[in-house]
Design a binder for this molecule. Structure first.
Ligand SMILES: [Mn+2]
Length: 336
């Protein structure tokens, strides 16, 4: 992996790169924040004549807490920074990064790179170089690059990497063969495991709890063979509601935020058994559904999401919307 990273470094050093922007997905989670900061530190070492900026559209509360461990500023607009190179970190396409007008600048010959662990997206084929690995987190990809390059991360960055890895691996539920040797490397570099765990233990706020309760009340459920599908809608915290539904015992959950800020978001979750039984990867399912509505989607085997624009094809009535999405999901799964 370090060889792949050095290819990026070569590309950066071949041209006169003044400003590099690192972008991550909207509602940046702990993995994206830790990997973006870790990437910035690495680039400061390997492309020392460039200025490196971090950008995020929005950030989860958990992630904001991580910025107390390592003070870094994430910008929410491009202002008058002229970027010569961009990185997408923990995301693989321009639709996921939110409001930044990158589509208009990427045509102008700036370098673009992807470092990510989500299921494949077409955009990755168009960039100058992409490091995409099926590991449980992007923090793990970056930690491994550090390890191979023998770069010892500062203790705060090692702690952030631990947080990203613990979060995205669902506390080591999803692991790779090398994850524990990477954890060992991070701890030996001064990473604080206890602090990492504590940072992830922030209590759920009242609005999230209410969202889970409302989401459960509005449920549409459907049984197909062994599988129980649940579909619901809520104005925010859709990912949390979907996780809660899996916790309740359902095999598949889709939670919709109908017409929020002129977009519809849907969070999908399933159990591993569901994914195996139906031979389905929710990241691919989300991408396929999003493409039918000119939206964007993607994710992992058992967790994914989409963003689409409201259109005449999509019912405005919430009850009808639930049935509509259930039908779409079932037809995607039957395609298999
Ligand atoms: Mn991630």
């Amino acid at each position: 992996m370090s060889q792949e990273f050095m290819k990026i470094v070569d590309l950066l050093n071949q041209e006169e790169i003044k400003n590099i922007g690192i972008f991550t997905h909207r509602n940046a989670d702990p993995d994206s924040v830790s990997s973006a900061i870790g990437l910035k530190y690495l680039l400061e070492k390997y492309a020392p004549s460039s200025s490196i900026y971090l950008f995020s559209h929005t950030m989860s509360n958990l992630s904001k807490g991580m910025l107390d461990i390592k003070k870094e500023k994430f910008l929410d607009n491009l202002d008058d920074i002229n970027l010569d190179a961009i990185f997408l970190c923990d995301t693989n396409n321009l639709d996921q990064i939110g409001k930044f007008p990158l589509k208009s600048i990427t045509g102008r010959g700036i370098l673009s790179f992807v470092i990510d662990h989500h299921s494949h997206h077409e955009y990755t084929d168009k960039v100058d170089y992409a490091i995409v690995k099926k590991l449980s987190s992007t923090a793990e990809i970056l930690s491994q690059i550090y390890m191979e390059l023998k770069v010892i991360p500062p203790p705060e960055i090692a702690t952030l990497f631990l947080i990203g890895m613990i979060f995205d691996s669902r506390r080591f539920r999803y692991i790779s063969a090398s994850i524990f040797s990477i954890v060992e490397f991070l701890i030996q570099s001064g990473g604080d495991y206890e602090k990492a765990i504590n940072t992830l233990q922030s209590p759920m706020n009242v609005s999230e709890k209410m969202a889970r309760i409302k989401g459960t009340k509005r449920l549409l459920h459907h049984k197909e063979g062994e599988d129980i599908y649940t579909i619901s809608y809520i104005s925010s915290y859709e990912a949390s509601v979907a996780r809660a539904l899996i916790g309740l015992g359902t095999d598949f959950a889709a939670v919709i935020t109908p017409h929020q800020d002129d977009e519809i978001r849907i969070s999908f979750r399933s159990t591993i058994q569901f994914a195996k039984r139906n031979d389905v990867n929710l990241g691919d399912l989300a991408n396929s559904i999003a493409n039918q509505f000119n939206g964007s989607g993607g994710g992992h085997l058992t967790a994914a999401g989409i963003n689409i624009k409201p259109s005449n094809k999509i019912p405005k009535d919430n009850e009808k919307l639930l049935k509509f999405i259930l039908k779409l999901v079932l037809s995607e799964i039957k395609k298999k």
